[in-house]
Design a protein around this ligand. Structure first.
Ligand code: BGC
Length: 276
C-alpha cells in the first residue's frame, strides 16, 4: 500500500526533467502477463489502461514433459527475451489456492501440490509474482476491457479449448477456482463433452457439438441462473456457426478479448496484488 502511494505521488509530480521519477510512475501503467497452455507459453507487456499489448507477444512451445521446473525455465526465458524487470502475473490451467497448484487436468500431474510462488520466485529472481487460474485471468480481463456484459450481474465466463475453464463474476468481481469443466453432465465431465478439443478430436459437426454444449450450459443454467454466459477460447471467433443452435433461456455472448485475455488478466492480477 505504501509503495503504491509513493508511485501515485511521483506520477502527479512528473516533471519533464524528472526522467527517473517518470519512468517509475509509468511502471503502474505497464504490466507483464504470462499464459501457460498445453501447447504454448505466451507472454507480453500489457498496457494496463487499455488492455492492449505494448509489443509483440512472445511464444515458446510448452516443454515436454511440462514439469514445473521445465515450464518455469521457459517462463524465465520469455521474461529475459522481453527484458522485463517488473512484477509478473502467470496463469496456470489449474486450481491455485494460497499460491499452491491443486489440480492438473490437462497439465503434468507433478504440478499438484507445487508451491508455484516459490517455484517462479526462484526462477525470476525474487520479483513480485501472482499465479492464478487461466480462466479466472480471462474473466477479470474481460470484465475490465472486453464485453460490457461481463461487468454486470452474475456472469459465467467459459473458455472452450483443450478443456473448459470457468470464471464466476458478480458485478465484475471474481469468485475464483470454480472449475465448471469438471462438473458431471450425463455421466461425463463437461469438458469431455463440449470442450473445443472434443469437436476437433472426434470430428463432430457444428450441429452435434452444439448439442453437447447446449446440454452442458443447460445444467449450468439450472444450477446457477446466471444473467449471461460469455464464451471465450478460439471457438468464440466462429460463434456464427454454433450460437444460433443454442436453445437456452439465458443470453450467450462471445468474449471480446480472445487469446489476449489470459495474458492481460495475469498482468492485471499482479498489478492489483491479487493472490488467489
Ligand atoms: C482445468 C482448469 C482450466 C481449464 C482451461 C481445465 O481442465 O481444470 O483449471 O481453467 O481446463 O484451461
Amino acid at each position: 500500500m505504501f509503495h503504491k502511494t509513493i508511485i501515485v505521488v511521483f506520477l502527479e509530480n512528473c516533471l519533464p526533467k524528472a526522467e527517473v521519477i517518470c519512468t517509475l510512475g509509468r511502471m503502474t501503467e505497464t504490466g507483464f502477463g504470462i499464459d501457460i497452455g498445453g501447447s504454448g507459453i505466451k507472454g507480453a507487456r500489457v498496457n494496463l489502461k487499455t488492455g492492449e499489448f505494448i509489443d509483440e507477444r512472445i511464444k515458446i512451445a510448452t516443454p515436454k514433459p511440462a514439469t514445473p521446473e521445465a515450464v518455469a525455465e521457459v517462463v524465465a526465458e520469455i521474461i529475459s527475451q522481453a527484458e522485463w524487470e517488473g512484477p509478473v502475473g502467470i496463469t496456470l490451467p489449474s486450481v491455485v489456492r494460497g499460491q499452491i497448484a491443486l489440480s492438473a487436468a490437462n497439465i503434468d500431474k507433478s504440478w499438484i501440490g507445487t508451491d508455484v510462488h516459490e517455484l517462479f520466485d526462484r526462477h525470476l529472481n525474487g520479483r513480485e509474482i501472482t499465479v492464478l487460474n487461466d480462466a479466472d485471468a480471462a474473466g477479470i480481463a474481460e470484465a475490465t476491457f472486453g464485453n460490457p456484459a461481463a461487468r454486470e450481474g452474475a456472469v459465467i465466463l467459459l473458455t472452450l479449448g483443450t478443456g473448459i475453464g470457468s470464471a464466476f463474476l458478480v458485478d465484475g468481481q471474481l469468485f475464483p477456482n470454480t472449475e465448471l469443466g469438471h462438473m458431471i453432465v450425463d455421466g461425463e465431465e463437461a469438458e469431455h463433452l463440449a470442450a473445443a478439443s472434443v469437436k476437433e478430436n472426434e470430428d463432430l459437426s457444428w450441429k452435434k457439438w452444439a448439442k453437447h454444449l447446449n446440454k452442458v450450459l443447460s445444467e449450468y443454467e439450472k444450477l446457477f441462473s446466471p444473467s449471461v454466459f460469455i464464451i471465450g477460447g478460439g471457438i468464440s471467433r466462429k460463434h456464427e456457426k454454433w450460437l444460433p443452435l443454442m436453445e437456452l433461456d439465458t443470453d450467450i455472448v462471445p468474449a471480446e478479448l480472445r487469446n489476449r485475455a489470459g495474458i492481460v488478466g495475469a498482468a492485471m492480477a499482479v498489478n492489483q496484488h491479487l493472490t488467489p
